[in-house]
Design a protein around this ligand. Structure first.
Ligand SMILES: [Zn+2]
Ligand SMILES: [Zn+2]
Length: 180
């Protein structure tokens, strides 16, 4: 083999090694960035974010596999969506009218319970429009109904839900903040 050929081969090998090194370096950085973004969409805990990123940077491929195995399954957006869904389900349940006497499901325009025959609505003393026994005021004219013909001041079929938080408060996260 001539010295020229050896020189040319050495140059090619050098270029190949340099390119491979550059590629591996870019791959390593990309893994770190991907992990950082992925863990940030799953937790707000900066310790966990730092540890996951370090794990992948120190043990490039093995660390990434390990991270994929132990990362939180749900993203914050998933958790937020689920909380919203539960909240709207709860609200739907609460807004289903029931008879104040026997608890049977009722509809807004029913005057009597189909189950126990209790009267569900009465005519407002001021405007004459139908008002429900659960209301404190007439929703049509605003008259105070506390002195109304209330049958034992029926307890409201609407449950108080002050103890329940909104989805946002519960998760402490708003989807819009993801692109901060
Ligand atoms: Zn009833
Ligand atoms: Zn009224």
């Amino acid at each position: 083999m001539s010295a020229d050929l050896i020189n040319t081969m050495a140059t090619f090998i050098g270029i190949f090694v340099a390119l491979l090194g550059a590629f591996l370096f870019a791959f390593w950085i990309a893994m770190g960035i991907w992990t950082f973004n992925d863990i940030r969409s799953r937790t707000r805990d900066w310790l966990a974010i730092g540890l996951a990123s370090l794990l992948v940077l120190i043990f490039p491929v093995v660390g990434l596999i390990l991270y994929a195995m132990i990362r939180p399954k749900e993203t914050l957006a998933d958790v937020y969506d689920r909380a919203l869904e539960e909240e709207s389900l709860l609200r739907e349940l609460e807004e289903t009218l029931t008879c104040h006497n026997c608890g049977a499901p009722a509809q807004d325009d029913w005057n009597y319970c189909h189950n126990c025959r209790t009267q569900l609505r009465y005519a407002c003393s001021t405007c004459g429009k139908p008002a429900r026994y659960e209301w404190d005021i007439c929703v049509h004219c605003g008259t105070d109904q506390s002195g109304s013909p209330s049958p034992a001041k029926a307890q409201s079929p609407f449950t108080e839900r002050s103890d329940l938080q909104t989805a946002e408060e519960e998760v402490g996260y708003r989807p819009a903040q993801i692109s901060e």
